[in-house]
Design a protein around this ligand. Structure first.
Ligand code: NAP
Length: 309
């Protein structure tokens, strides 16, 4: 029987692991399919306090995991397939094996949103990608025109990163103003290799018949004019969707699938707590996720203390 199981090893999950481990609760921390979470796919993190020079996202997560393990957290590569939260202790099925736990911290994060085009699915990993840091340096993108879709901080970051490899980077955004933070927007708009394409949406990615990306078809949402833009890669950065499907119908969530806590990190099921991007549709920063992980750990610890009184 576990005292604490944490689902997720992003900033929220690993911070909850540091705190519950230091409380001698030896948490079991399950990685899911993306150990380290979305931050491992970013390049330099410039806004995590304590790193004036910035810190590589992968390195930050590796260090957080080492810190949690140092105090007794057990990080296990595994995917939760189903949960039974109808009574405590709770039962999870992890890669076919049952795991029983007194408390659960859900820190399952979020995944990349897709555009929803058939050609996008067919050309994924053949020129369509959701991660410039992971794929930008591939030979097929070198000295080629590249496309980034989106107008937030992720799109800005991807576009800036890709200027190292592409001949030109088209930033296609559905409005004429970036959502990205001021500092990122300024960097993007000042970069000579980045060409913004405003008020436009991607309606198709070519060429499925050739099994590789050769161009995008775009539509200007103001004029309805359609055009094609030749490119060798399409980097999609149009936001995220919370990874909460597993808890649908059991844990309260809003219409977009973000878990809605009752009080602090407590969910509607006593003993189940939530932290990070899976319950945050507003801030979604590394440091806010870490803070939420800390709060969930403290709440879980207090819940266990009350049970054992
Ligand atoms: P985001 O802020 O939600 O931005 C998503 C962008 O995609 C928006 O510009 C949105 O357009 C556009 N979009 C959404 N659906 C679309 C669709 N179907 N077709 C075309 N465009 C679509 O997401 P994000 O950029 O991934 O950022 C998420 C959070 O992480 C934010 O809080 C951000 O500040 C943070 N973050 C920070 C950094 C950093 O500080 N360096 C880096 C990465 C992420 P509209 O603008 O019209 O809605």
């Amino acid at each position: 029987m576990e005292k604490v199981v944490i689902i997720g090893t992003g900033c929220a999950g690993l911070t909850a692991a540091v705190y519950t481990a230091r409380a001698n609760l030896a948490p079991l921390v399950l990685t899911g399919i993306m150990p380290g979470g979305l931050l491992t796919t970013t390049s330099i993190v410039e806004n995590f306090p304590g790193f004036p020079e910035g810190v590589d996202g992968y390195e930050l997560m590796t260090r957080m995991q080492a810190q949690a393990e140092k105090f007794g957290a057990r990080v296990k590569y595994g995917t939760v397939e189903s949960v039974d939260l109808s009574k405590a202790p709770f039962t999870l099925s992890v890669d076919g094996e049952p795991v029983h736990t007194q408390t659960l911290i859900i820190a399952s994060g979020a995944s990349h949103r897709h555009l929803g085009l058939e050609s996008e699915d067919k050309l994924e990993k053949k020129g369509v990608t959701y991660c410039a840091t992971c794929d930008g340096a591939l030979p097929l993108f070198r000295n080629q025109p590249l496309v980034v879709v989106g107008g937030g901080d992720s799109a800005a970051e991807e576009a800036l990163y890709l200027t190292r490899f592409g001949s030109v980077v088209y930033l296609i955004h559905r409005r004429d103003q970036l959502r990205a933070s001021k500092i990122m927007a300024e960097r993007v708009l000042a970069h000579p290799k980045i060409k913004p394409v405003w008020d436009s949406v991607v309606t198709d990615i070519l060429d499925v018949n050739q099994d590789k990306v050769t161009a995008v078809r775009i539509r200007n949402v103001k004029t309805n004019a359609e055009s094609e833009l030749a490119c060798a890669g399409v980097f999609i950065a149009v936001g995220h969707v919370p990874n909460t499907q597993l808890f649908k119908g059991v844990i309260d969530m809003d219409d977009a699938g973000y878990i809605v806590p009752k009080r602090g990190s407590e969910t509607n099921v006593p003993g189940v707590f939530v932290a990070g991007d899976c319950s945050d549709r507003v801030y979604r920063q590394a440091v806010t996720a870490a803070g939420m992980g800390c709060a969930a750990a403290i709440d879980a610890e207090r819940h266990l203390a009350a049970l054992n009184q």
